[in-house]
Write a protein that binds this ligand. Structure first.
Ligand SMILES: *Cc1c(COP(=O)(O)O)cnc(C)c1O
Length: 360
């Protein structure tokens, strides 16, 4: 299967840059070496800086997709004596509630209609006297809603809650700032805004989160954060890491720094998202999300077309992967990602296909 002439508007995987692809085509080095430790150190330093992590924060590099990182956060930071508050506004919020149920962690959920954001009032009426942590997917990728992470972070700080943010699809698309958004645990993963192959997740723990990990008995042998923290003293991992993706991460971070830093990356995404949104005004489509990210646009057909059929038609006829929604939204909503190595030309190609499709 050759996907080189397809273009991905899915989150994710997303289009990868030539320089990242080139690193992925090389032989791997052995990893228990000082040389590989230095690559990991570079990645950690740059990641911590890019998300403005508090002094003393550490990165955990896991060989897993993003859900593995969400799972690991659940088992390493909480046990049956915690009561956590979860924002459930779509697939990924629901996943946090399923994980909490699975591990018998008490939780309350802020259940939002899909496409809606979270208000200060939602937060105030949902907190319980024994709530001690808050979990949110910064961008609920399934509905395209970007939550107000300043609002939720301030709420956590005011109420002394450990603030856990799944920033998997926020990173490099919209602002992520651990200090200013009062984030204690930040979950990242390779195949969204980072535009790398899937298989590497990164958990950034603030000093407060590192303290919390010490007091919890881990419930997984493989995903035991303390082992990862101990190994990070020499910039290593307890088990074989996804070596190739870590080297691609290093290249990607170097490219971001050379481009002027994550702020410029976010400005570029904002420009592309606006370019796409202004280009589709004539089509019978409505934007689904109450609060928009630069990373994705979720769209509802306003004519009688089915969203899932649109996605299938574009794959079959135009070599374009749009992103379908699952479950109840499958006929109603599809998504267009602006993540990864795309530019105005890629968006023109999509918009021209849409013109043909709608015969406009
Ligand atoms: C993609 C994504 C995940 C992780 O999904 P995986 O398929 O396990 O990689 C988690 N949270 C959000 C918000 C995501 O967009």
């Amino acid at each position: 299967m050759n996907n080189d002439d397809f273009i991905l508007f899915t989150p994710g995987p997303v289009q990868m840059s030539k320089s990242v692809l080139e690193v992925g085509s090389r032989q791997l080095p052995y990893f228990r070496t000082d040389s590989f430790s230095r690559q990991v150190q570079f990645c950690e330093q740059n990641l911590l800086q890019m998300v403005n992590a508090p002094e003393g924060s550490r990165c955990i590099f896991l060989a897993s997709s993003g859900t593995g990182a969400m799972d690991a956060v659940m088992t390493n930071l909480f046990n049956e004596s915690n009561n956590i508050l979860i924002v459930n506004g779509g697939e990924f919020g629901k996943r946090f509630t399923e994980l909490a149920s699975f591990y018998n962690i008490k939780f309350n959920e802020i259940l939002k209609n899909q496409g809606e954001t979270v208000s200060h009032k939602d937060l105030l009426i949902s907190i319980k006297p024994d709530t001690n942590a808050f979990l949110i997917n910064g961008l609920e990728t399934s509905t395209g809603v970007l939550y107000d992470l300043h609002l939720t972070g301030k709420f956590c700080s005011d109420n002394n809650l450990l603030n856990i943010v799944d920033g998997i699809s926020v990173f490099l698309n919209d602002e992520l700032d651990m200090i200013n958004q009062y984030i204690d645990v930040l979950i990242l993963s390779s195949q969204k805004g980072l535009a790398l192959p899937p298989g590497l997740s990164i958990i950034i723990l603030s000093p407060a989160a590192i303290e919390k990990v010490k007091g919890i008995r881990p419930r997984s042998y493989y995903f035991d954060f303390q082992k990862y923290l101990d190994n990070m003293i020499r910039f290593q991992t307890p088990f074989t890491p996804p070596i190739g993706i870590i080297l691609q991460l290093k290249k990607r971070l170097e490219d971001i720094v050379a481009g002027g830093g994550p702020g410029n990356e976010i400005i570029r995404k904002n420009r592309l998202a606006n370019y796409f949104r202004s280009g589709i005004k004539e089509f019978p489509l409505r934007i689904f999300s109450e609060r928009l990210s630069n990373g994705i646009t979720a769209l509802c057909p306003t004519d009688d077309k089915s969203a899932i059929n649109i996605v299938r038609y574009f794959e079959a006829n135009y070599k374009v992967y749009l992103c379908p929604n699952g479950g109840k939204l499958s006929n109603k909503v599809f998504r267009v990602s602006h993540m990864g190595d795309i530019n105005e030309d890629s968006i023109d190609r999509l918009i021209n296909s849409m013109k043909k499709y709608y015969e406009l």
